[in-house]
Design a protein around this ligand. Sequence first.
Ligand code: SF4
Length: 710
Amino acid sequence: MHQARTTCPYCGVGCGVLAHVDDDRLTDVEGDGDHPANYGRLCVKGSALAETLGEHGRLTRPRVDGVEVDWDTALDAVAERLQATRDAAGDQAVAAYLSGQLLTEDYYVANKLFKGFIGTPHLDTNSRLCMASAVAAYKRSLGADAVPCSYEDLEEAELVVLVGSNLAWNHPVLYQRLRTAKTRNPLMRVVVIDPRVTDSCEIADLYLGLAPGSDARLFNGLLAWMADKGKLDTIYLEQHTRGLDEALAAAREDDCTVEAIAADCDVDAERLETFFYWFASQLHVVTLYSQGINQSSSGTDKCNAIINCHLAGGKIGLPGAGPFSITGQPNAMGGREVGGLANQLAAHMDYDSPGAIQRVTRFWSKASLTPTLPEGPGHKAVELFEAIERGEVQALWVMATNPAVSLPDANRVRAALAKCPLVIVSECMADTDLMPYADIVLPASSWSEKNGTVTNSERRISRQRGLLLPPGEAHHDWWIIAQVAHRLGYGEAFAYEHPAEIFAEHARLSGFENAPDHPGHRARMFDISALAALDREGYDALAPIQWPVTADVPHGTARLFEDGRFATADGRARLFPVRPRGPVQALDATHSLRLNTGRVRDQWHTMTRTGRAARLMNHRAEPFIEIAPEDAQALGLGDQQLARLTSATGEYRGRVRLSRGQRRGEVFVPIHWTDRFSARALAGSLLAAHVDPLSGQPEAKHGAVAVTPL
Ligand code: SF4
């Protein structure tokens, strides 16, 4: 028996886990008391990790056209069919769809193969569904996709504002840290802004149950209120920002009396002004936001409206202060670091970052091998499946995710997959909703077997360690991708034998030609070049560390922008003018209820892992529809009754749960159930595929549905 340190594979908190390993079995887990994300805590999902393991249900052999084959045959088939697609339809007919469940090393190798050597920009990730709007807003305001805060800022704040975040369920350990901090500091206040009354409200001093989609109006109103009451930090604004006048002018295009804002947001005016006063009078304010803000057709603007208020009050770059986006997935940030988004190139460089294409080309070149990088961004997730539908993308490699469930308008996505000439699926589990569409299936390793790094929501890189052997013939994703690269003729650039070599290369690229006087420097906050010298031993022993990690800051960086210099060309942050827009999915006479979707406390994604632990199923055992009692009564629905939701695009069946925390005219359904568990409980099928125009993030919080008894 021995103990090993690793990282929880579920949410973006990224808790450290102490795993107890007995021979070839992981018998138990506990929180790692030395990990700065959780200091020994685990939530119910993390503490049940040992119960979710085992070979039952795992994919253990490759399959080609439904027939089990050996790895050589499968890898040859992948390479030959990808090449045939390129020859017949061009490099850009090939695409990849990745996942925030992949490790950074997997992501890096995939990005290098697809963008670097196949030459297609069409590589995107399910992280697009999670935090793309937050990324776009940080870049627009701060000049880089750089989360300014650390978790300890939540504990040091005087005011914590949770917007569109049910922290208690979705980032439970962070919620525990906040609750403890509030107990220790009775002066700390917590405000929850959310259409639903959630468990996070238990520690709220003030709750604003705003109308869905009115967040930007509320924060625009706050900005105007701060200006009107003389609560702007004029010195900070003058020295470190630009754009205040434009942002204020945009906010004032709407009536900025508290009463008018309250009416538009459907909240009590007195409570709203109390929030405004609290926000404006405290310096140490953290606004923490998540999918309730991001999953919107105007998510980027909503994030910018929040950031504007922080910049206007100088509430950033200080202990206990900042606009803090919390990612959903364990490695949503690691994927961003290596270019896992279709609009990124690599190492936080965009296609239009000065000299980026040439720099990455130089870095990836070998003596006899020159990469052929695309010239511009590729299709974001929803666009990618539309391109498949049009027949433009003809070969898709999906890794560690299930677009047949998680994307909006899921039935249309399934139809697109059905007509795609080549679908390759790398997956741990044998039976998923995606498998019927797969021509080639590749068995991948899973948590406790994979060996690499992830980055959590506070920019902290942690090791996920390989503790057990993968079952059957399952292999690591980076190995599978590198083997295909060899067969495509790029072996010289993919001669990896261990993930430590990939990490070192990734770290070198993060600092490559990133000298302080280089024109792209300020836009490249992501620099971990001080970790490039790690050998296997050093990599194995790597302790959690927050980027940037450079020669100047070898122990990492807890907080960004402390010097008031931002990652923009002139070093100033920008207040961005925001004009609030409502949801695109319109209610009508038939579909008159506003649909909200989200996670439940004890489940993760499509439950392929968490669904294996009996105690995790006890919390919510079946698909459900939460609805206000008054609405249920008006519609003839009783508690626990089966009902059907219908939209213009799909249908969902679940059991009615009456909830006093639900606003009238709105319903909530969980995203976890799929057709495998219960016929027609596919939340994604109810949502139309509208996205934020800048970030491409789908509007998953604002469907339009009807409900009828079953
Ligand atoms: Fe895992 Fe998130 Fe729970 Fe931590 S809070 S144990 S990372 S699921």
